[in-house]
Design a protein. Sequence first.
Length: 255
Amino acid sequence: MIVDSYTHCGISKYLPVEDVSATMDRAGVHRAVLAQHLGEFDNSYIQGVVAANPDRYAGVCLVDHQSETVVADLESLAESPCCQGVRWPIAPEIDNLDLVSRTLDLGLIVVAYFPESIAACVAEVSRLLEAHPDGTLVASHLGNPTENQPDPLQDFQQAGVFELLSADGLVIQLSGMEMTTGFPHQRLHALVAEFYSSAGPTRLTWGSNFPVVGSAADYVAELELLVDGQLPVPREAIPAIAGGNAERIWFGGQA
């Protein structure tokens, strides 16, 4: 089974679920995690999609950390069968770590977006993981290496990013490479290899980042890059990365 652990879906931005589903079918993807786009705090569309087809979709919602009702909003999401996680931007200048911590307390998965890269937030992520040993924090888009990092592997090593993976709750999402590199993303291959070496086969998940990745053909090409063995991970680990791990994390199945 192939599971897309990160795709967007919407009606005010990006594409509705019908387009996402058709693209999944074209690529042979069975399930997907629908991630809310930044700036949209009305999660009703994604929750409605998940409610209508919970065997196919999981939902990642967004809350406004500056809202007076943010704690109640998180508690409401935690009670909903249509929300499995919350997407949080994490950066030194964003005062939201108490709310990220509360999200983990509530049993929701945190999908972290690092606008300045995870290398700028190692101490913050370390505290979250230490305080929540049973929680799950997903570093989306390989921890967001930036265009200003000519050697992201070296920068991540120097910042201590890979030491974070001593915590079992940190999951690395193999997605978003198109945001900083051209296909087939060779500049990021060494980073992928080091993440695999540090995390092992059970804590990497593939995500399309559709439609940011481009067309349906681009979606297919990104998936084939993994399943055809063109990325520096062992062939025997590909089924887990392409679907088994996300199936376990998001849908409660066995990897």
